[in-house]
Design a protein around this ligand. Structure first.
Ligand SMILES: Cc1cc2nc3c(=O)[nH]c(=O)nc-3n(C[C@H](O)[C@H](O)[C@H](O)COP(=O)(O)O)c2cc1C
Length: 340
């Protein structure tokens, strides 16, 4: 079958790094930590951005933030996303992360979370293009000498009457941003309704730097539809990859060949979940690791028989050994014949 997405087989180069493919994992606070990013990359994601890190220097020494900006052993490029509204603080945060190994800096103008937006950061910044301009200038200046690329992630606008993504994208391109990711919703939409791809298509047709399409991509077919519709250079997948890190290779395979690969077997899911958890426990230690693993485990097992009851059991288990043993048992009972 002929390739319908002509540029897919050509590598995308950002800041001197050739990305493995054009299917990216979205930054998700509390989800895309280092163990998960590494697994996504192993299972086909061409690129991963860290969870956002605060630009407030007072937080850098906290355990949570230092974990969020930890990239030890991760495949390049190592991209750290920063969030904030003060140009000087953002520049300082970018420098801090570059000095600690970040190879690309991503600016978050897309997150509607209250914690971020209370200080008018994240997607609230879309209401203040002039401030975005000052942030971009300060950050690009701060890391220019190291040849570090700065990218931007944003929404389509701040509400449906004010879809100003094109205006911001043009300005960002002029100020030296290397790639723009657009989530096809406005800030006011939060996560409601369906993502729209017209604004992404419009931006892509008007600017020269790479554009990444994001929002509601949950299958190989949808990824292809969004790429065809928008002409974007890559797709980014967030929620649909929770507990399904293999979705990246399924999408990449479909885009390359036009054939849809089969879903993984339960044995494969069990193996990848266990690999993920081992890395997760090593990264967080037992106490935090066991607790933060629960949501990942729930996502992996979604749809399997008996998962509802298993989730309740899971909440009571507090050690690595108990959690792993329960998962082993859960998967072994999946193979038992049903006499109902
Ligand atoms: C739990 C969660 C955390 C998120 N955290 C971030 C973040 O730290 N930075 C960011 O730019 N976007 C964040 N997002 C937005 C995603 O990157 C993505 O733009 C959004 O989920 C839409 O893509 P999807 O439909 O594929 O999930 C987050 C989304 C979710 C669900």
């Amino acid at each position: 079958m002929a390739l319908t997405f002509p540029t897919f087989s050509q590598p995308l180069v950002i800041g001197g790094f050739e990305l493995a493919n054009r299917v990216f994992v979205a930054p998700m606070a509390g989800v895309t930590d280092r163990p998960y990013r590494q697994l996504c990359k192993r299972l086909g994601a061409g690129y991963a951005v860290s969870e956002m890190a605060a630009s407030n220097a007072l937080l850098w020494a906290t355990e949570k933030t230092s974990r969020r900006i930890n990239h030890e052993g991760e495949a390049s490029p190592k991209t750290v996303q920063i969030a904030g509204a003060d140009p000087a603080m953002m520049a300082q945060a970018a420098r801090f992360n570059v000095d600690r190994g970040a190879q690309i800096i991503d600016l978050n103008m897309g997150c509607p979370a209250k914690k971020v937006c209370n200080v008018a950061a994240g997607s609230a910044l879309m209401q203040k293009p002039e401030l975005i301009g000052r942030i971009i200038t300060a950050v690009t200046e701060a890391v220019k000498a190291d040849g570090i690329a700065v990218t931007l992630k944003m929404r389509t606008g701040w509400d449906r009457e004010n879809r100003n993504a094109l205006q911001i994208a043009r300005m960002a391109q002029d100020l030296g941003i290397a790639m723009i990711t657009i989530h096809g919703r406005t800030r006011a939409d939060k996560y409601q309704g369906n993502a729209e791809y017209d604004t992404i298509a419009q931006v892509k047709s008007q600017i020269q730097i790479p554009v990444v399409a994001n929002g509601d991509i949950d299958s190989p077919e949808k990824a292809k539809m969004v790429l065809d519709y928008t002409g974007a250079d890559a797709v980014m997948v967030g929620r649909a990859a929770q507990g399904r890190p293999w979705i990246f290779r399924q999408i990449a395979h479909f885009l390359e060949t036009g054939e849809k690969p089969p879903d993984p077997t339960e044995d494969e899911i069990a193996r990848w979940l266990k690999d993920h958890l081992e890395d997760h426990y090593r990264f967080y230690g037992e106490y935090i690791g066991v607790r933060t693993a629960r949501k990942h485990i729930g996502w992996y097992l979604k749809g399997l028989p008996g998962v509802k009851l298993f989730r309740e059991t899971l909440m009571e288990l507090e050690s690595v050994q108990e959690q792993m043993a329960a998962i082993e048992k859960f998967f072994s009972t999946q193979h038992e014949p049903s006499y109902q």
